[in-house]
Design a protein around this ligand. Structure first.
Ligand SMILES: [Zn+2]
Length: 186
């Protein structure tokens, strides 16, 4: 079934039917993500979403998998690179705050009230309609590193330039950039 992710859907009805979705998302439906893609790699970019929407007491459980290829700019050599996302997630969509400790740890609680405030959900109770694409876009944006970089072998930056550019996440040495600055001649 097409359009389940981009059109407002009656989320409780999907849950009651235990709906399975397997769709590719177009970047025109992911404007914030589209804005950070480099034009050189646009042809190679894609986002595939697999979802199972099911009922969980009074809430709606969404278990999903995101598989994406995103053309970004390597922050070491500044050349285009293809960043791949392979990410599992679980959401619990509820009308009220879940009591602490009652939600399995793999789930992220999402309040439908917040979705209404953001304009991606409308209606009340069982009549609630929700647009899933913006929530999926949030999930994807969180997977994009602050400073994406090629693998070492693929990167065009070499030597000092390679060491000086920011490395993402835990591998970054906080003083690497400072050390590289010091080495530069005046
Ligand atoms: Zn690079």
């Amino acid at each position: 079934m097409s359009g389940t992710l981009t059109e407002p859907v009656r989320i409780y009805e999907l849950a009651a039917r235990s709906t399975v979705v397997d769709e590719f998302l177009d970047f025109s439906d992911l404007p914030r993500l589209a804005a950070i893609l480099v034009p050189e790699k646009v042809e190679d970019c894609s986002v595939r979403v697999e979802l199972v929407v099911s009922r969980a007491d009074e809430s709606v459980a969404v278990r999903g998998h995101l598989e994406a290829a995103l053309g970004l700019q390597c922050q070491r050599c500044l050349c285009p690179m293809l960043f791949r996302v392979d990410h599992d997630f679980c959401w619990m969509l509820s009308e009220t705050e879940t009591r602490p400790g009652t939600l399995p740890s793999e789930f992220e609680a999402i309040l439908l009230e917040d979705c209404r405030a953001e304009g991606i959900a409308r209606g009340e109770g069982r009549d609630t309609t929700l647009k899933l694409a913006p929530l999926l876009e949030d999930e994807l944006m969180l997977q994009v590193p602050f400073a994406p970089t090629h693998d070492e072998e693929a990167c065009k930056a070499t030597g000092d330039a390679f060491a000086a550019r920011p490395v993402d996440g835990e591998t970054a040495h906080p003083f690497a950039a400072l050390a590289a600055l010091r080495k530069k001649p005046d």
